[in-house]
Design a protein around this ligand. Structure first.
Ligand SMILES: Cc1cc2nc3c(=O)[nH]c(=O)nc-3n(C[C@H](O)[C@H](O)[C@H](O)COP(=O)(O)OP(=O)(O)OC[C@H]3O[C@@H](n4cnc5c(N)ncnc54)[C@H](O)[C@@H]3O)c2cc1C
Length: 378
């Protein structure tokens, strides 16, 4: 099989980066002026700003507003080439990645392939409850949402009209909370005056969360704040309830059947198969366990003993392992106006749910209120 890395100058280390999301693109950018030959591989031809996907899904932005061609982003990096393709494996012995039947040789490999939706083993639910990770996901959700309103406008059967105007969001993490706020604003503001038969303000938006609170990985005070804000917007927040079935009619929450034309999945993520490619340990959702140098411990030993080409030497400030490396800085995120307004929750008076949330928070001893903020669920 031809080795697509053969055209790279033999003296310079070959860095292969798989994935041009935030992580992969940042690595490529930081290596722009280094004496290395960089190959940036992605199965999409665009880099995507995922935090604004929910705005595309609710017709607030168009896909082109949040996606940029990877080629144009590295156009001026003379040491970087871009390949479009899906990586399906890594041959650690021969040091190449396998992409669409080709072998791409590397001296240094960066796997930055992100995550996708996880349906807790119920993969058949995917057809009924799309998640929100890609532009295609966002446009599919937008299509389903807008079509449901159109069909409701022409529907004479009241229960079916109610089903069309019911939207269930599964998962009360950051994505679910954002989506719930955005969907309710779409229905109650953006579309409010556009229909003659139905009243989009009557749309029923349910946010279902299996845990006792929203945003479980954030401090409890923020969970309460989000819950209160969503209830004020009119979202039907269901805590301690799990989806037990997801089908064409809608969802089942234990014994309760909820007829809903649109179901959006925001309940779980699963890592890319990188752990399997490397034959190293993954955690419960498949994330590779790495050390402070972002290498799996087992690989640190393997790669040094298996190196056939000269190891990559880069200026210290560019070394990915350096704690002072610019690439180790966390990115900052813009606060969208919708998200900010949902968080401010300044519209209507409190509800029973709001009081319940405050009482729950007040009743908990301070020591039991988690202030540890960890990564989002995606
Ligand atoms: C709806 C939503 C809202 C979010 N909001 C926020 C927020 O407000 N703040 C925040 O900090 N984070 C937010 N996040 C999380 C943030 O977007 C992710 O943490 C971040 O995108 C992860 O970056 P990454 O580079 O690791 O992976 P990704 O951005 O997922 O990039 C992975 C890349 O790898 C490519 N790829 C995957 N598999 C292969 C393969 N086999 N072959 C070739 N290419 C492959 C993909 O096409 C993709 O381009 C949000 C996420 C979502 C989904």
């Amino acid at each position: 099989m031809p080795d697509s890395g053969e055209d790279v100058n033999g003296q310079r280390p070959r860095v292969v980066i798989v994935g041009a999301g935030f992580a992969g693109l940042t690595v490529a950018k930081r290596l722009a002026k280094t004496p290395a030959d960089i190959t940036l591989i992605d199965r999409q031809n665009h880099h995507l700003f995922q935090p604004l996907l929910y705005q595309v899904a609710t017709a607030g932005l168009s896909p082109a507003d949040i996606a940029w061609p990877i080629r144009s982003l590295v156009r001026h990096q003379r040491n970087t080439r871009v390949l479009l393709g899906a990586v399906t494996g890594v041959d650690r012995e021969r040091k190449h990645v396998i992409m669409d039947g080709r072998n791409i040789a590397y001296d240094v490999l960066v796997l930055a392939t992100g995550a996708s939706h996880g349906y807790f083993g119920q993969d058949r639910w995917a057809a009924h409850a799309p998640g929100l990770k890609t532009v295609d996901d966002a446009t599919e959700i937008r299509r389903r949402l807008l079509l449901a309103f159109e069909r409701a406008e022409m529907e004479s059967d009241a229960p079916e009209r109610e089903r069309l105007l019911t939207i269930v969001i599964v998962g009360g993490g950051p994505t679910g909370v954002e989506m719930a706020g955005a969907v309710v604003e779409l229905a109650r503001k953006a579309l409010a005056a556009d229909f003659r038969t139905i009243d989009p303000q009557q749309t029923h938006v349910l946010l279902v969360e299996a845990a006792p609170r929203l945003l479980a990985s954030f401090p409890e005070s923020l969970s309460c704040h989000a819950e209160q804000a969503l209830r004020r917007l009119g979202v039907d927040v269901r805590l301690n309830q799990s989806v037990t079935e997801c089908a064409a009619f809608g969802v089942t929450l234990g014994d309760e059947r909820v007829d809903a034309a649109t179901v959006i999945w925001a309940a779980g993520v699963t890592a890319s198969p990188a752990a399997a490619w490397l034959a190293v340990a993954g955690d419960r959702v498949g994330r590779v366990l790495v050390g402070p140098d972002l290498q799996p411990p087992a690989l640190t030993m393997c790669s040094s003993s298996a190196t056939r080409r000269s190891p990559m030497t880069l200026p210290a400030r560019h070394s990915p392992a350096s704690p002072r490396s610019p690439s180790s800085r966390a990115p900052t995120w813009p606060q969208s106006s919708r998200r900010a307004s949902a968080a401010r929750g300044r519209r209507q008076p409190s509800t029973t749910g709001t009081k319940a949330c405050s009482q729950r928070l007040a009743a908990r001893p301070p020591s039991s209120r988690s202030d540890a903020c960890s990564s989002r669920d995606g």
